[in-house]
Design a protein around this ligand. Structure first.
Ligand code: HEM
Length: 507
């Protein structure tokens, strides 16, 4: 019996062994076939479109050049990635990143055609993970006539001269001063400048969108936003994993729900107030929410939520980063800082009160840049947070003998144009004085262009200018910790630029 069992086990082992071998053989064969398929697919002539694609390299099968791109942009000097390829292939080249063949452009004329061709030859293209976080009615995702309408509504709110002058400037001025007042007790603790800049811009945008003053509600909303924004920069995961809260993306989805809930509450309350006010004469619309509610299209609650939520995202990362980088570059360029201080001390000396008005703003040639090119422009040129835009070709596009096939992804790099020595003398050096000579001949596009031109471009400049005025007239500062500039997933300083501020001793 024991022997039979022994034999039985022996035979069983043999069977198991041969089964294991069989499985191994099967997996190896499937693996080899899969790799061969990938290789053939990757290099097959069928993948090559009709017409000539800009030259370039596909990199390694499947991953392409993704890791090289990420490594370059995680460093302080990402330029070699573009420089090498531009040198080898020209200003239009093809690569393969983030799972897709992508045509990169460092050519200002091609970039212009990309942004101006929105809706005809090219269209915005975002991964579905971003669309889920933003909501499908957010401005960046809208297309066609509805996009046009919403874009112009946003411009009315954020770029109208009379609103900038009479509503936005006083609000910004007040919020900046309040935040700087709160710094006094923090001395001499290191203060991450980026956090403070984010607080100011968030509070301001909430005020402009829905007339809420800073307070507990705004701060709670901001905390959810921090989590939501982390989701944009998290590693995309398969959808069955991404909704788990242990992933950054899962936490972002939960935060989005919280933000949407809060915004829904504001919308409902406003609706009730409007019903009560119905019988009385209507005051002019005082914020973005009023504009949305009064629009003849009759937007749904979900449309308004998505729209407001995405506007807050758009302003939250961009302007504060540029504010922080302006301070960083000025700190590293004492002559530029001295010139700026002189100018702002002059403005301050001419006034009895601390607050700024429109005339003061217009007398800041070195800071703001509606006509001449100065500190903010130079920061946007050397280190813009938006280094370029992704688009997808809607039709075969022919350019300089190349064909970009329908469906192909395109990255129009503004950064590469701004840092090209052909376009700007001594292009890799921060030199605000360069802007006194000209305005970049239409190739300086930090706010994009065409139908998707950033509607916050004037607001951003105003916010940065007012912040700089109060910051340099009230404080001196030292860098508390060495900080590094990186460019992936976006341009920012790794530690949020911690500084130690001291009230300035007025001479
Ligand atoms: C220094 C600050 C800023 C920079 C550098 C910047 C840059 C840009 C760029 C390059 C685009 C074009 C994107 C594309 O073509 O796909 C854009 C779009 C946009 N920006 Fe800004 N932005 C800034 C501040 C702001 C602010 C403060 C707001 C909000 C009030 C804002 C709201 C938007 C919106 C809603 C869009 C989408 C427009 C559309 O798709 O129609 N931006 N921004």
């Amino acid at each position: 019996m024991r022997m039979r069992m022994g034999m039985g086990m022996g035979m069983g082992m043999e069977l198991l062994f041969s089964l294991q071998q069989l499985l191994l053989l099967l997996f190896t064969t499937v693996g080899i076939v899969f790799l061969l398929y990938c290789y053939c697919y990757w290099y097959s002539p069928r993948r090559r479109p009709q017409g000539r694609l800009p030259p370039g390299s596909q990199g390694m099968p499947l991953v392409g050049e993704t890791f090289r791109l990420i490594a370059a942009f995680k460093s302080e000097d990402p330029e070699p990635f573009m420089d090498e390829r531009v040198r080898r292939h020209g200003r239009l080249f093809t690569s393969h990143v983030f799972g897709e063949r992508t045509v990169f452009s460092a050519d200002p004329e091609f970039n212009r055609q990309v942004v101006l061709g929105e809706g005809r030859t090219f269209e915005g293209s975002y991964p579905s993970s971003i669309a889920t976080l933003l909501g499908r009615h957010s401005l960046v995702l809208l297309k066609g006539p509805l996009h046009k309408r919403m874009h112009s509504l946003t411009l009315t709110r954020f770029a109208s001269m009379s609103l900038l002058k009479n509503s936005l400037l006083p609000d910004i001025d007040c919020l900046v001063r309040q935040t700087l007042d709160s710094w006094k007790p923090l001395r001499p603790l290191p203060l991450p400048l980026l956090d403070q800049a984010k607080k100011i811009t968030f509070e301001l945008t909430v005020k402009q969108l829905m007339s809420r003053d800073p307070g507990e509600w705004t701060e709670a909303l901001r905390k959810h936003y921090l989590m939501l924004i982390d989701g944009f920069f998290s590693v995309p995961l398969p959808s069955f994993l991404s909704s788990f809260t242990f992933t950054a993306y899962g936490r972002a989805i939960r935060a989005r729900k919280k933000v949407a809930e809060a915004l829904r509450g504001v919308i409902r309350k406003r609706r009730e107030e409007m019903m009560i006010m119905m019988m009385r004469p209507r005051p002019p619309s005082s914020d973005m929410l009023d504009e949305l509610m009064e629009a003849e299209e009759g937007f749904t609650e979900e449309e308004m939520v998505d729209f407001l939520l995405a506007l807050l995202v758009a302003g939250y990362e961009t302007t504060p980063t540029i504010m922080t980088l302006v301070v960083k570059f000025l700190t590293e360029n004492p002559p530029a800082l001295d010139t700026l201080k002189e100018e702002h001390d002059g403005i301050r000396a001419r006034k009895k009160q601390e607050s700024l008005d429109w005339t003061d703003y217009k007398s800041m040639p070195f800071t703001q840049c509606l006509m001449v090119l100065q500190v903010i422009n130079e920061t946007l040129r050397v280190a813009n947070i938006v280094s370029g835009v992704f688009r997808r070709a809607m039709t075969d596009v022919h350019y300089k003998g190349y064909t970009i096939p329908k469906g192909c992804k395109v990255f129009a790099s503004f950064r590469a144009v701004h840092l090209d020595p052909e376009n700007f003398t001594d292009a890799r050096t921060f030199n605000p004085w360069r802007w006194q000579k000209g305005n970049g001949n239409g190739i300086f596009t930090p706010f994009g262009g065409g139908p998707r031109l950033c509607p916050g471009y004037d607001l951003a400049r105003l916010e940065i200018s007012v912040f700089l005025h109060h910051f340099v007239t009230r404080f001196s500062w030292d860098v508390a910790e060495k900080d590094k500039l990186v460019h992936f997933p976006t341009t920012r300083t790794l530690k949020g630029y911690p500084i130690i501020v001291r009230p300035r001793v007025q001479k």
